[in-house]
Design a protein around this ligand. Structure first.
Ligand code: XIL
Length: 402
């Protein structure tokens, strides 16, 4: 650490009022001029990657669809890192024991290499989009821990081995921490955890990834990493990995954020805690949804019935825009201050035209899951820096003007 905790605290004490004032005046200014502020207050010849060239690579999650068609030019212009949104996950890439689907992953890697764009690999071990076959023996019985770890090793050697030297950082284990408020429940009770009867699989995954590609930087990746309870659980997991000498380089904070979440203080605390362990940080899946938190179901109703009273479809109003701009500005102001620890910031999807969030939440929060008798209430998330026409939003202007 280059500066002491005391020095850090002192400098933060001085910086906070300045940040508070500048965010406040920006918000006031933005709300006064929200209709007239021109989206051209950025340099059309520069992309995000150029604005941040002295800080960190700026990335985006990509699919096959985004490599072809209008997103592609935007990706090349704005970003110098990509993450495959789905195509390297265990289920999609390794659907049965001897079957690997390399086509999409290879295409993304080829695209990135040909444009001199860095690649983050996502991910090698997760409880979602998993390869169900891994957990079962030939007669459908649960596998032993030994066999599961052997399969995990084979998988990691195949995937990380194939892209060795091309993928510079891997999310080795994704979302292994429990979400509840119970502080004694550190680990998610996933198939991995249950079959291995504990968190050893996390250590093993890091070990295998390091063996498969010794030069790749290895990350533990999770969401809500700024929320106090989860932050402490993630800290415990990281501490254990370090004590076990697992080859971990850093933490991916997914950064699926909201208009008021995280607070500046929470963001700083999360960064301070992780970096105090000597780890790097990447913001791996950034987006800031405009959606309000899901209302709690009324007592005695099922969530589905409660869902019949949807959050009003506010749309991307000027008020919402001002809040989103302020949240993006706050986050990037802090992120820049931590530049020596931060080695990537990646957005999850290219533009508000197609965010993964728009497909989530069923009838209540918008998305595709509304049924015949449930009105389809599409509450778009508008979470990114480019609008539905792929134009720079005011939030873009806010993060590049520093
Ligand atoms: C999401 C993708 O964006 C969707 O297309 C897919 O249907 C589900 O997964 N945390 C992660 C990402 O680590 O892999 C998830 O990506 C979003 C949440």
């Amino acid at each position: 650490m280059a500066f002491s905790t005391t020095a850090k605290k002192a400098s933060r004490g001085m910086l906070l009022p300045v940040i508070a004032i500048s965010v406040l005046s920006f918000v006031q200014c933005a709300s006064k001029h929200s209709v007239t502020t021109s989206a051209t207050a950025s340099n059309p010849d520069k992309g995000l990657k150029d604005y941040y060239k002295d800080y960190f690579p700026v990335g985006v999650a990509v699919s096959m669809a985004s490599l072809h068609g209008p997103d592609s030019a935007l990706i090349v212009k704005e970003f110098n890192s990509v993450t495959p949104e789905n195509d390297m996950k265990m289920g999609p890439i390794h659907p049965s024991e001897n079957v690997y689907n390399w086509k999409n992953a290879d295409a993304i890697v080829d695209f990135a290499v040909s444009h001199h764009i860095k690649i983050r690999g996502h991910n090698l071990c997760w409880h979602n989009q998993e390869a169900a076959w891994m957990f079962k023996g030939s007669n459908g019985e649960p596998v032993t821990k030994e066999l599961l770890l052997q399969r995990l090793k084979d998988h990691i050697f195949a995937v990380a081995g194939r892209y060795k030297g091309k993928i510079y950082a891997w999310d080795v284990v994704n979302e292994a921490v429990d979400d509840s408020d119970d502080t004694t429940q550190v680990y998610r009770k996933s198939n991995w955890y249950k079959i291995c009867n504990g968190p050893d699989f996390i250590d093993s995954a890091f070990k295998y990834a390091h063996e498969a590609d010794p030069n790749a930087k290895l990350y533990y990746n999770d969401y809500n990493s700024e929320h106090p309870v989860k932050r402490e659980k993630i800290y415990k997991l990281l501490k254990k990995l370090i004590e076990d000498h697992a080859p971990i380089d850093g933490v991916g904070m997914q950064a699926h954020w909201k208009l008021n979440d995280p607070s500046p203080d929470e963001l700083r605390k999360a960064l301070d805690e992780v970096t105090s362990l000597g780890l790097k940080v990447q913001f791996t899946e950034m987006d800031i949804t405009i959606r309000l938190p899901k209302p709690n179901p009324a007592p005695g109703t099922t969530p589905a019935v409660a869902g019949a009273t949807p959050t009003p479809d506010q749309g991307y109003t000027p008020e919402v825009e001002v809040k989103q701009v302020a949240q993006y500005k706050m986050a990037f102001d802090i992120i820049r201050q931590y530049k020596k620890f931060i080695t990537n910031v990646t957005f999850w999807n290219v533009s508000d035209r197609a965010s993964w969030l728009d497909g989530r939440g069923g009838g209540i929060m918008g998305g595709a899951a509304a049924g015949v008798n449930t009105p389809r209430v599409v509450i778009k998330a508008y979470p990114l820096l480019f609008d539905e026409n792929r134009q720079r939003k005011k939030a873009y202007i806010a993060v590049v003007n520093f």
